[in-house]
Write a protein that binds this ligand. Structure first.
Ligand SMILES: *Cc1c(COP(=O)(O)O)cnc(C)c1O
Length: 347
């Protein structure tokens, strides 16, 4: 039997009637309307009105850029909110389970814990690729979500295209591909395959390449049917006016984003070359993202030595397959020089 969205949706969500806000019931057609419907303060200051609950302006730009329908987009308060909505629409607490592939982004496990969903961890292979047979062996009829991260955090690699295709075909739940770092990668987004795979969900964010981690804006791309289920449970005003306005400016400024991505990639290759000269660095993993994962002789020691020199990095050693690894985010040229000098100075 193939994928059936109805079968994997929680019963209470199917029957749910979403909250209808004042701005849902009347769609503004012009600024000359008199709005006495939402108990707002009428004095204009740029944010005295509730935000558009459907974020239409932002979505119309995104739909155009990504070549999909607006009805295939949901935006949220960071991609973390979107992932939480996915758990709450599809996973029945204490009954259902999900599959994650450590070493990977820590939020998946936290969200599973918050929602009381069993997290079945199938470690990546030594080359940081998914082990298809073990994943399939762990799936049962209560497995609702398979979370893939590509490029993966903290390892930096893309998940092979043919492996993702097999999983999309074999797995009868949702395959969520977290593309937080896709703007840095040599591969194109899985958004282009949405119409081919009804169980595909792609998440992206303005927090990394777009330089807007502070505004909290994440995007979810999927079939209209999946998006409609998520819309049922999202808080009506989950993306505030300031964020919507800033996000619109950000996504319209593609040339500047492309420039900054190019500079960061250039800096990444400089840093990579410099790291090869550091005696206690044993492996530099190849990266498709804006960070480098390295294996060192003693990660705790090196982490604290860098802290003493006022450089904060991430020690990823507690993650499986990541013994004695450190993750360096690519900074400005000046910051990267500071890091290189510190690494060369410590003994
Ligand atoms: C940074 C990151 C995110 C971003 O989450 P936001 O809530 O959108 O800031 C998502 N996924 C991964 C794998 C990340 O590393």
């Amino acid at each position: 039997m193939g994928f059936n969205l109805e079968n994997i949706t929680r019963e209470n969500i199917k029957g749910l009637k979403p909250y209808s806000s004042a701005r849902d019931e009347y769609v503004s057609k012009g600024s000359e309307m008199v709005f006495l419907d939402a108990n707002e303060n009428p004095n204009s200051n740029g944010f005295n009105r509730y935000p558009d609950p459907h974020q239409r302006s932002l979505k119309s730009i995104l739909a155009n850029q990504k070549n999909i329908e607006e009805s295939q987009i949901l935006v949220g308060n960071g991609s973390d909110e979107i992932l939480d909505l996915l758990f709450r629409v599809f996973c029945e607490p204490k009954i259902d389970n999900i599959i994650t592939l450590p070493p990977t982004y820590g939020m998946y496990k936290v969200l599973a814990g918050i929602n009381d969903i069993e997290n079945r961890e199938v470690f990546l292979n030594s080359d940081f690729q998914p082990n298809i047979d073990t994943i399939v062996a762990n799936v049962d009829d209560k497995t609702k979500l398979l979370l893939l991260c590509s490029p993966n955090n903290p390892t930096g690699n893309l998940i092979e295209e043919n492996k993702i295709k097999i999983l999309l075909k074999e797995f009868k739940g949702l395959v969520i591909i977290d593309e937080a770092y896709i703007d840095f990668a040599s591969a194109t987004s899985w958004i282009d395959c949405l119409n081919e795979y009804p169980n595909l969900v792609v998440t992206q964010t303005l927090s990394k390449a777009y330089g807007m981690a502070g505004i909290r804006l994440g995007m979810c791309y999927a079939s209209e049917a999946i998006i409609n289920l998520l819309k049922k449970i999202k808080p009506p005003y989950n993306v505030n006016v300031l964020t919507q306005n800033q996000a619109i400016k950000g996504v319209l400024n593609m040339a500047e984003v492309a420039n900054q991505v190019a500079e960061i990639l250039n800096e990444r290759s400089h840093l990579q070359n410099a790291l090869e000269e550091v005696p206690f660095i044993q492996t530099i993993y190849s990266s498709e993202a804006n960070f480098l994962l390295v294996k060192v002789d003693d990660a705790n020691k090196r982490y604290h030595q860098l802290l003493e020199r006022e450089i904060v990095i991430r020690n990823r050693s507690k993650q499986p397959l990541c013994d004695n690894t450190l993750r360096f985010t690519i900074g400005t040229p000046e910051e990267n020089i500071k890091l290189i000098n510190a690494l060369k100075a410590i003994k």
